[in-house]
Design a protein around this ligand. Sequence first.
Ligand code: LLP
Length: 414
Amino acid sequence: MTGFDAFPYDNGELICEGTPLSRIARRAGTPCYVYSRRAVRDRYHRLESAFANVDPLICYSLKANDNLSLLRILQEEGSGFDVVSGGELFRLRQIGADPARIVFSGVGKTVQEMEMALEWGLFSINVESRQELETLARVSRRMGREARVAIRINPDVDARTHPYIATGLHRHKFGVETGQIDDLLKIVEDSAEIRLVGLGYHIGSQILDVQPFLDAFGKLREWADRVRDRGFPLEHLDLGGGLGISYQGETGPDLQRYAEALAQPGDGYRIVMEPGRYLVGNSGVLLTRVLYRKTNRGKVFLVVDAAMNDLLRPSLYGARHQILPVRSGRSRIQADVVGPVCESGDFLARGQQVPDARPGDLLAVMSAGAYGFVLSSNYNSRRRAAEILVDGEGWRTIRVRESYDDLIRGESVP
Ligand code: LLP
C-alpha cells in the first residue's frame, strides 16, 4: 500500500474512482481539494477489521477534516466522533450525529462548551486537569446533568514523531500526570453528577512505530485496574488517535500487533479509538496549477496557484508530500514548489523530486485529505479553496470556493 491507491494513473492521467482529475480541475478551478468517498469508506473498514477482535468504538477525529459531507460518509459507515470545540459539536449537530458516540477531547474546554456537551449528553468528556474537572463538576451540578467523564492521562511515552505533534511526554501540555490521578478521583467521589467511565491517552500523531502505543497501553491498563480497584467502575479505555500513514511510501504501525495487545483477556473494558489522519489522509489530494517556472542562480522554482494558506503542513512541520503530475510524461527534477504568498516559508515542496512542469500543468499534492483544508486560512486575503467529493461515476462540490465577499464578511468600512 503506497498510500496513493485512491488516485492511480489510467492512460497517463491521474484519476479518482474513474474520473480524470484534469476534468475536475477544469470545471471546479484550482486550487481545490479532491476527496474519494470510496477511499474514506475503505479506510474505515480496514481499521474496523484490523481491530475486529476488540470491536472498538471508532470516533473519527473531526480536526483532521471536518467537512460535513465527509462526516456524513463516516456516520453512514457507523463511525462515532471525537471533537475538541463547540464548533465541531455544532457541525455534528448539522448531521444529526448520535451523542452516545461522541467524545469531547481537548485541554481547554470553556464553560459554554461544557454546557453544550452536557445538554447533548455525550458518551464521554475527556478531562485533562484537576481544574477542568472541578469546573465540569460545578457546571454539571448547576445544570443538574450527569457528566460521563474519562481522564486523559499523560503516560510519559515518546511517540517518536514531529515534536509539534508529539503529545505523550511530561513536558507536553496534555493529559494528567499519573501522580495526580488520585486528586481527580477525590473530586469524582465528591460530585454526584460526575460519573467516571473511562481512562485514555493520545500520545501524538503520524506515529509509524507501534511500540509507543504498546507502551502507553500497558501503562493505561495498569492505571485502569488501579482505579477500578479503588471502586470506580470504569467502562472504557480511549486510545486517542495517532496512527501514521504513508506520505513517501512509509509503512504505518503494525495494527495487528496493536490489536493483539488490546485483546488481552479478562479486562472487560470497551476500547475507544479517535483516528483522524488514518481515515482521511490518503483519501484526498490538493490540485494546483503551475503559474510560472523560474530559476534563481540555477535553482528551479515552480510557482503554483496553491500556497501555505491552502496547505500549511510543509511550512509548519517541514512535512513532505509527494507531488505528482496530473498528466504523466514530464521528467522529474529537484525543485521548490512555491505559492504566491509573500513569505519564504511559503512552499509546498522544498528540494524535492517533482515533475519538471510548465505553466498550465496540473499538479497533485498527495495525501492531503487530513490537516489540509482545515488548517487553511485567508492569509494575504486569499480565498479558501473549493472541496470536491468524487463518488463513483460522479463528483460534486462539497464546499464552494470562497468569494471576495466572504473575505470581508463581518467587517465594515469605517
Ligand atoms: N485525538 C486527540 C485528542 C488528538 O489531539 C488528535 C490529533 C487526534 C485524536 C487525531 O489524531 P490522528 O489520528 O489524526 O493522528 N496538524 C498536524 C496533526 C495534529 C494532530 C492533533 N491531534 C499535522 O498536520 O500533522
